[in-house]
Write a protein that binds this ligand. Sequence first.
Ligand code: FEO
Length: 391
Amino acid sequence: MNSIAIELRKGVHWVGVKDWGRRMFDGLIPLPHGTSYNAYLVQGEKTALVDTVNPGFEGELLAKIGAVTDPAALDYVVMNHAEPDHAGAIPIVLAASPKSRLVLTAKGADMAARYYRVPRERMQVVADGETLDLGGKTLRFVDAPFLHWPETMFTYVVEDRILFPCDFFGSHTAAGVYDDEVADLAVRAQMYFGEIMMPFRKAGERALKKLADLPIALIAPSHGPLWRHPERILDLYRKWTAGETAAKAVVAYVSMWGSTERLVRIVAETLLGEGIRVAVHDLAQADVGDLAGDLVDARALVLGAPTVLGGLHPAAFNAANLIRALKPPLKYAALLSSYGWGGGAARQASEVLGPTGIEVVGAVEIHGSPAAEAEAQAAALASILATRIRS
Ligand code: FEO
C-alpha cells in the first residue's frame, strides 16, 4: 500500500491520492490526465484531517495518515465539501478514529447525515470566520457557498497562511505536486473552471472578495497541483469569475454530409482573417472539457448544425443545452445550418439559447448544399460577428 505523505510545512502534510487512470468524472467530464483527491493533515497539539478521498482509496488514505501519525489519534476531520470524491471516505475515517469529530457547515451537516449516515453527535458545525485551535496551529473556516455545492467552505491555516479551498482553484490532472511543475496547468485549470465553477461565477467573485484580506502563501486545492505561486491562479480566477472575455469565438458544429461544415469553414477562416481567435469543436467527437475551457473567455459562439427530424442535430442540441447550463460569458452568437427538405435547426437553436441573453446576430440556413450565394452570406455574417466581437 502506498504510504507516501508529502510534508508541505512543518506539521502540514499532503496525504491525498493520485488517480492516474481515471478517465471520466460525473459521467460527463473527460479526464485525459487523470486527477487527484488531495487530503491534508494539519498537526498542532491536536490533529485535523482536511477532506478525504474518493471511495475505493480509503486504505491508501489511512496508510498515508499512518506514515505521519496513528489514524486513531485524529481529533478532527474537516469536510469542506460533501461530494463523494472528497467526503466518500468519511465513514471509514471516522470509524478508524473513534474520538474524532467531523467539522463542517450547517448545510454540510445535513448532507453528511444524508449521504454518509454520520451521527449528529460526531459533528461540529462551524460558522463563517470561526476558528479551531489545534495548539500551535489554528484553522479558520470561510463560508464559500455554491463553490460548487450549497454547503462548501474553505479552511485556512493561520500560522502557515495555507488555504484549503477544496474544489475552488482546482484542476483535473494527477501530474505534479506544485503549480510550476506542470507546464499546461493554466490550460487544465481553465478547463476545470469551465466545467465546474463557471455556472457559479457570482459566488466565486464573492469568495474572492472574502479572501482579499487574507495573506495566502499556498493554495492547496483538493484536485490537481498546489499553487505555491498563489497570485497565478488568483489572477486567473479574478478574470474568469468577472466574465472577462477575449476577442475569441467558439465554433461548435456538427455536420452530416458536409454542407454545414462548408459554412463553418468559411465563417471560421473569415473570423481568423479579421483577427479574431477561433476555437473550433466538431461536436461529433468534441471533448466536453476542451469546449468548456474555451467557453470561459470566449466572446462569441458560432453554432453549426443540420436539421434532423425538424430540429437541431442531437449533438448540437446537447451542446446548446450544456452551454445554457454552464452560463459562459458569451455575448454574441451566429447560427449556421442546412437541411434536406424542411428546416428547424436554427429555430430550435434560438429557442434553446434564448434564455441565456446571448445576442444572436444572424443566421444562415440553407436548403441543400451551399451555393456561392450562401457562402457569401456566411462570409458576410462572419464579418458582422467580427465587428461585434471587436466592439
Ligand atoms: Fe471535487 Fe465537487 O467535488
